[in-house]
Write a protein that binds this ligand. Structure first.
Ligand code: AMP
Length: 420
């Protein structure tokens, strides 16, 4: 062990587990790629101000959890705590919304950073795959994103997740509700911090996980009863489209989520095997965000799914992903000349699309065969001095144990045909 350890709240992704992470990212991305979402990558840090304005001055993410710092040049930057604000910033900066093809549909995958109290499922460095559809107000788009996330989870074999759905209203109806909620909250027995939050962002109090607070919220007014006709109709349409797609959800009138930018549709994917950190993903519509960061009005919708928690959900359900072996052939040279000859063969195989690995370090036959078995390869290629003289190589099927001599010049074609 070295003197150093991974920083608190972080962990290293190592083989073989890391293969599961890659497969999860891939599974979440696949339905997006096939549905018109283009890949976007933005910097790991942005101006602090982007998140303050975008995510919200009063959110925990901005007030407590941001890794903010000043550069030597005097810029105030922050490691990104989430993806949406950056993606929208990038789309606006590149004028993607002016190319005359709305919505701009983008997907991303990357690391995010929040200075949170670490626990299982909650880390200071975590990984998300996300999708944003920018510049269209269309309930079918909200439905599409919910359906694609559902499809991604199902393709992984997950079953015990639930989709919670709500509408947060818009700039017409939400302020009216906000007032009503505030009036209600002022009458409760709440600590000072919570009362302050009730004044700045009362909806977030609904999200308070503490029993003492939840107990008092039983009679809280619900946004559902305050939605204006346009929001009601929009929400109803989203619900119908999702239902028609055979995707089951639960209406959750108290779902608000921890970011300020959401309007209308909000949803969360929760998994029941994860204990307190049960949200595996979430998203919603953010019609006002573009204007909040200085852009034009661009109604948009998106989500982000947490890769770490999705992997934990797989573990909780006992789902083992079927990960194809990465190496098909493992080459075992016996002696110096065999090493040169076989190494050249390995290179030839790789060029021909046969995934091959090699016993490095001058191992003896026994250790090399052990490495071959551990590699997951279907075949071992063993080359000794006598084989070289005869112009053959030993091809061993590691599943059946069967071994045959194959001509050196035929072996690549033989392997290609055997591996299909
Ligand atoms: P949010 O941006 O807070 O809605 O988060 C979206 C998803 O990212 C969550 O549902 C989690 O799966 C994941 N996530 C958020 N924060 C963390 C964290 N600190 N550690 C691990 N995953 C997280």
């Amino acid at each position: 062990m070295s003197t150093f350890k991974a920083p608190k709240g972080t962990y290293d992704l190592l083989p073989p587990d890391s293969a599961t992470y890659l497969a999860v990212r891939e599974a979440i991305a696949a339905p997006l790629r096939g549905s018109g979402y283009g890949y976007i990558e933005t910097p790991g840090f942005e101006s602090v101000e982007l998140f303050a304005r975008g995510v919200g001055e009063s959110t925990d993410i901005v007030t407590k959890e941001m890794y903010a710092f000043e550069t030597k040049g005097g810029d105030r930057l922050a490691l990104r705590p989430e993806g949406t604000a950056s993606v929208l910033r990038a789309a606006l900066e590149a004028n993607l919304h002016k190319a005359g093809n709305l919505p701009v549909k983008l997907w991303y995958s990357g690391s995010y950073y929040r200075y949170e109290r670490p626990q299982k499922g909650r880390y200071r460095h975590f990984s998300q795959v996300g999708a944003e559809a920018i510049g269209a107000e269309d309930p079918a788009l909200d439905a599409e994103l919910i359906i694609l996330a559902d499809q991604a989870y199902r393709s992984l074999g997950l079953l015990n997740f639930r989709i919670l759905l709500n509408s947060l209203g818009d700039k017409e109806c939400r302020p009216v509700y906000r007032e009503a909620l505030q009036t209600f909250l002022r009458g409760l027995d709440l600590d000072e911090d919570t009362l302050r939050r009730a004044e700045i962002n009362p909806l977030r109090v609904l999200d308070d996980k503490r029993e003492s607070v939840q107990k008092q919220l039983g009679d809280a007014p619900l946004l559902r009863d305050y939605l204006c006709d346009a929001c009601k109709a929009y929400h109803e349409e989203v619900r119908e489209l999702v239902t028609a797609a055979g995707v089951v959800f639960e209406d959750d009138p108290k779902l608000v989520r921890g970011l300020d930018y959401y309007t209308r549709t909000t949803f969360e994917f929760v998994h029941d095997g994860l204990g307190s950190q049960s949200a595996v993903g979430g998203g919603g519509r953010y019609d006002g965000l573009s204007e909040m960061i200085g852009g034009p009005a661009l109604p948009s919708v998106g989500w982000a799914l947490g890769v770490d928690r999705t992997v934990l959900a797989l573990e909780a359900e006992g789902v083992e992903l079927e990960l194809p072996a990465t190496t098909s052939v493992f080459a075992v040279p016996l002696g110096d000349e065999a090493r040169r000859v076989l190494f050249a063969k390995v290179t030839e195989m790789r060029k021909n699309g046969v995934a091959a690995d090699f016993a490095y370090g001058g191992k003896g036959l026994k250790a090399a065969m052990k490495a071959a078995n551990r590699s997951g390869a279907r075949y071992a290629l063993i080359l000794g001095e006598r084989d070289i003289e005869q112009g053959v190589v030993q091809l061993k099927d590691l599943e059946s144990g069967e071994q045959t001599a194959v001509g050196m010049n035929e072996i690549v074609a033989e392997l290609k045909s055997r591996l299909g």
